[in-house]
Ligand binder design. Structure first.
Ligand code: C5P
Length: 239
């Protein structure tokens, strides 16, 4: 992996739109995220296309099913040669262990197992929803900590979380536990629908392993320049 700290969220509806966007980054080896929108439209050929361009891929499909189904699905995703995938921690420890096993069993010969991280609570989940609908009496922050610890015990490599939770989770679990953090907005830019946002510099101070950045790059007048500015802000910040 290139280990670029920026994961660019390719929230596009088609391979065509993705292609036009990536043409602006010729010569740059990036780490990109393919989510449900793009993958469900284009299928595995979008992965082949992006790999041909030399980019690393986080395939963000958030699997959540019975352990055997997740095992088989992960085996197939590993064959695609992606670098990072994820599951919902709500699926439980057995499902998470089987996810990692599927990745191990499916990875092409000579390639590293794709990393696997857990989604704890979606940022769209409120304290009220957790209590009234999921019937969880724990405060949201405590629930996130418990789910992250369970993910670690189940052999996962990290979690998706807010940069604001990153430092605490690393201290609590392990410095090598990956924290992949969305909700990044360079200072002076539009926040869109993200409510709790963090600058690239603060994300690094909070020990985020990777930042997921979508619209500040994809909707910028000059996406390549926006990417370089974010990269520079990260690199110039001491951790
Ligand atoms: O455009 P923006 O930078 O807000 O995009 C962030 C990306 O991270 C989107 O693809 C979004 O789906 C994803 N994401 C998020 N919050 C989470 C998990 C994923 O914003 N908790």
């Amino acid at each position: 992996m290139t280990k670029s700290p920026i994961i660019v969220a390719l929230d596009f509806p088609s391979l065509h739109a993705t292609k036009i966007f990536l043409e602006r980054f010729e010569g740059e080896s990036m780490f990109v995220k393919v989510g449900m929108e793009l993958y469900y439209q284009e299928g595995p050929k979008i992965i082949d296309f992006i790999k041909e361009q030399g980019h690393d891929i986080f395939l963000d499909l958030k699997l959540h099913d019975i352990p055997n189904t997740v095992y088989s699905a992960m085996k197939g995703l590993a064959r695609l040669g992606v670098d990072l995938v994820n599951v919902h921690a709500y699926g439980g420890s057995e499902m998470m262990r089987r996810a990692v096993q599927g990745l191990e069993d499916g990875k092409p010969n000579g390639m590293a197992r794709p990393l696997c991280i857990a989604v704890t609570q979606l940022t769209s989940t409120s304290e009220m929803q957790l209590k009234e609908e999921a019937h969880v009496d724990l405060p949201l922050a405590e629930m996130v900590e418990k789910q992250a610890a369970l993910a670690f015990q189940s052999g996962l490599d990290g979690v998706v979380c807010s940069p604001l939770e990153s430092k605490r989770l690393k201290e609590m679990i392990s410095p090598s536990f990956l924290t992949v953090t969305p909700g990044i907005r360079p200072s002076g830019t539009n926040h869109g629908d993200q409510k709790r946002v963090t600058t690239p510099s603060d994300a690094k101070k909070f020990k985020a392993s990777y930042m997921v950045v979508g619209r500040p790059i994809t909707k910028a007048a000059n996406p390549a320049e926006a990417y370089q500015m974010i990269k520079k802000e990260w690199e110039e910040t001491a951790q």
